[in-house]
Design a protein around this ligand. Structure first.
Ligand SMILES: Cc1cc2nc3c(=O)[nH]c(=O)nc-3n(C[C@H](O)[C@H](O)[C@H](O)COP(=O)(O)OP(=O)(O)OC[C@H]3O[C@@H](n4cnc5c(N)ncnc54)[C@H](O)[C@@H]3O)c2cc1C
Length: 339
């Protein structure tokens, strides 16, 4: 029997596996897909997420991000990160860097779609592998979360995200968020001649139409070639009753998700992965639940607050104006989210 099986070889599952190896645990990652996959993501690694990876010996290529800018056509607010830059990184480049580090540390990777799970008081068995613990990093719609009964009823707006890349040199080292009456558009520099554009909102969500609704952005992107396929994800809101069921610990998006509008899924996922591995190592899974709650509290609070403002047409129309009028408050929020 090994120490740990991680289900899901996305960024959070691979970071969990790297933490596990560095803690001296024997770990296997089970991933459904044979090759690294692209995924809908704004691709902004917040400063704390980037530092987390660098401490693990992972330094993916990308474009530096120095802060966040909110724009709505009439108002404009910018806040720089106080504790070093973040980085815009293509998901494919992030996967390559994570897989290389995991492989170098001796993480075993098995390709299998996990559709069954046996758990008892001593061990967990999936895909023919018996382990003391299972970390489920199987994403937003986590089948394992459902299987162990940790889904909670969903009450709230059903929001989705789509993204695509355009071949244009970044005009800024900020992540720009263009607020329109129905959509938030995120522009992230990811390389010397490429930006990612993600749109978040309710369905139907049409990226081209959303960009047309943000004239400042539409002008910037006019005529730029599309250089990646359109990918989408959602609905975002995935409430959970908890993160631990016996020997199963949920991490990353599987641990519960509110919305992508604060762009910190990877940061929270990496920090959660570290905490889950520590709990496994100390044979105290309940410790993970406590740590997760305290480490995500301010982000959850901010995300819910911003989401609630974004859902009210009256408040939504004032978000950028208020950020412009209260730069200190905006800057503090950006530090909480960026870490
Ligand atoms: C439009 C959009 C914009 C975003 N912008 C940002 C941003 O700018 N910055 C940021 O930090 N975050 C952002 N996020 C959030 C971020 O993408 C997620 O938080 C992150 O991808 C979570 O990673 P994960 O490893 O938990 O899950 P995933 O990346 O979803 O990985 C899950 C893995 O599990 C595998 N899997 C699933 N089921 C099984 C199974 N049964 N058996 C085996 N394998 C399985 C899947 O194949 C997949 O590889 C954004 C999200 C969206 C949708």
């Amino acid at each position: 029997m090994i120490d740990l099986v991680v289900v899901g070889g996305g960024p959070v599952g691979l970071v969990a596996a790297v933490h596990a190896r560095l803690a001296g645990l024997e770990v296997v990652v089970v991933e459904a897909h044979p090759q690294r996959r692209d995924k809908a993501c704004g691709e902004g690694l917040m400063p704390a997420a980037l530092r987390h990876l660098q401490r693990l010996g992972i330094d993916p290529p990308g474009a530096e991000i120095r802060g966040i800018r909110y724009v709505d056509g009439r108002h404009d607010a910018t806040a720089a990160f106080d504790h070093g830059p973040g980085r815009g990184v293509r998901r494919t480049a992030l996967s390559d860097a994570l897989e290389a580090r995991a492989g170098a540390l001796g993480v075993q990777r098995i390709q299998a779609l996990v559709d069954d799970l046996q758990v008892d008081s001593r061990r967990v068995v999936v895909a023919g592998i018996a382990a003391r613990y299972l970390i489920a990093a199987d994403g937003l719609h986590s089948p394992i979360r459902t299987r162990v009964g940790l889904d909670a009823p969903r009450r709230g707006p059903r929001r989705y995200g789509v993204r695509q890349h355009l071949g244009v040199a970044p005009w800024s080292d900020l992540v720009e968020v263009h607020w329109t009456p129905s959509t938030e558009l995120y522009v992230t520099p990811v390389g010397p001649d490429q930006v990612g554009v993600a749109a978040l909102g309710a369905r139907p969500l049409d990226l081209r139409r959303a960009v047309a609704g943000a004239p400042v952005l539409a002008e910037r992107l006019e005529g730029a070639p599309v250089v990646s396929g359109l990918l989408g994800a959602g609905p975002f809101l995935q409430p959970t009753r908890g993160r631990v069921a016996g020997r199963v610990l949920l991490v990353g998006d599987a641990a519960g998700y509110i919305d992508a509008l604060t762009g910190e899924g990877l940061r929270l996922g990496f920090e959660g992965a570290r905490a889950a591995v520590h709990a496994v190592r100390s044979d105290d899974p309940a410790r993970y639940e406590r740590e997760w709650s305290s480490m995500t509290r301010s982000s959850r609070w901010l995300t819910r607050g911003l989401l609630s403002a974004a859902s009210s047409p009256r408040l939504r129309a004032q978000i950028v104006a208020r950020a412009e009028r209260h730069p200190g408050v905006f800057a503090r929020a950006v530090q909480v989210l960026g870490g």
